[in-house]
Design a protein around this ligand. Structure first.
Ligand code: CA
Length: 405
């Protein structure tokens, strides 16, 4: 064996041994952590027997830790974020779902006195109307996050909540899969939210957000009610600011009577009158002074309660408006390169795959492979070489000759 190969083999064996040692260390550490969780569980009303039955053979999945610090709604430009969430497909699908589940939806909205389109919009954004629940077993993800990473105390609470859900028999263990963080079902409740707010919408005696759409719709309606939804009030309006305006007045929480905003010269973008009432409204400027502006009321805060990001709440609000027949925003975002809908993202993936990039499934999702391909093509086409794709790149790829020609 040449010396270099022997050397490589030795390195390989060392690396393999180190890997095995690391795995053993992880297992030992996880085992010790589970023991401490088992002790803690007793004080939460979960017996040792139940704990042992439900956690037998549980091993950690360290891949969930990569997601801990990544929250797309805080990173993408607001126009990219909204372009993929509030697109024609989600409106068309939402209208079909509203019709298909009309009876359950009406029951839920009446029982909890909330807006049916907002419930549908949450369903559409959270799981694409039941198409995407996440595939990770909850106990594995939450067990891992309870023992590693920077939010262990929070995830321990969710881990115990998951054990309680399974112990109650509402959902079978093999059905309980979800996102990396443990959100699950049609409207992606966290386990603790499930215990607090899930309800039985179809009357079969179980609360099942995975296999029952009526349960998911009723539970989401219940959530909005408890988050302070006010029936008959709007979430807010798109508004036009006067030419000179002190934009430091903005902020969702910085609520002032609507009469104040009227006196400041704000008007509704759709030309309808702004009632000069005492209802409190905050001014939302998601892209600053020169992008679309919104006055938002208490119902916007109720949506925000579902997922604490203003961009998220705006996506739900705008999708709900579209489901009621609105044509969308009237002001443009301050960019010359607007974002892509999911259909356009799939077209982009197809065009990049045809240029020989390893794209994988044409699914409209922007992952690491797609970002690399986008970056490479933008460099080739003389655009800023980053991993963001907007309308400009799509237009260029539709017409530019590929590198192979
Ligand atoms: Ca049920």
């Amino acid at each position: 064996m040449p010396i270099i190969r022997r050397f490589c083999a030795a390195i390989f064996l060392l690396a393999a041994a180190a890997g095995a040692a690391q795995a053993a260390t992880d297992d030992t550490r996880f085992g010790a952590c589970l023991s401490s969780l088992r002790n803690e569980a007793a004080g939460k009303g979960i017996s040792a027997g139940t704990f042992d039955n439900l956690t037998r053979g549980l091993s950690p999945d360290l891949s969930v830790l990569e997601f801990l610090d990544y929250q797309p709604e805080f990173r993408a430009p607001i126009w990219d974020y909204l372009a993929s969430l509030v697109d024609e497909e989600r409106v068309t699908d939402g209208l079909a779902m509203r019709e298909k589940w009309a009876s359950a939806l009406t029951d839920a909205a009446q029982r909890y006195q909330v807006d049916p389109e907002t419930v549908i919009a949450i369903w559409g954004v959270e799981s694409n109307y039941g198409r995407n629940f996440g595939k990770r077993p909850l106990l594995t993800s939450l067990g891992t996050l309870s023992c590693y990473g920077r939010r262990q105390a929070y995830f321990r609470g969710e881990f115990f909540s998951t054990l309680k859900i399974l112990a109650s028999g509402d959902i079978a263990p093999e059905r309980l899969v979800g996102s990396w963080a443990g959100a699950f079902g049609h409207t992606q409740f966290m386990p603790s939210t499930f215990l607090r707010l899930a309800v039985d919408g179809d009357g079969d005696g179980k609360r099942d957000l995975i296999d029952s759409v009526p349960d998911a719709l009723a539970s989401t309606a219940h959530f909005l009610r408890r988050a302070g939804w006010r029936k008959g009030e709007p979430w807010g309006y798109e508004v036009i600011l006067p030419a000179s305006f002190d934009s430091s007045l903005n902020g969702r929480r910085n609520k002032r009577p609507l009469a104040y905003w009227v006196s400041q010269g704000l008007r509704r973008a759709d030309g309808q009158p702004l009632a000069a009432t005492e209802a409190g409204a905050g001014l939302l400027l998601p892209a600053g002074r020169h992008g679309p502006a919104f006055l938002v009321f208490a119902n916007f805060d109720a949506i925000y309660g579902y997922n604490a990001a203003e961009s998220y709440a705006l996506a739900i609000a705008l999708l709900a408006d579209r489901l009621k027949g609105s044509k969308g925003l009237l002001s443009a975002w301050p960019t010359d390169d607007p974002g892509l809908s999911r259909q356009e993202r799939r077209e982009l993936q197809t065009l990049l795959a045809a240029r020989g990039h390893p794209i994988g499934e044409i699914d409209g999702m922007i992952g690491a492979n797609l970002r690399q391909a986008i970056e490479a093509e933008k460099k080739r086409l003389g655009l800023p070489a980053d991993g963001r794709a907007g309308q400009k790149l799509l237009r260029l790829l539709r017409t530019a000759p590929s590198a192979k020609n």
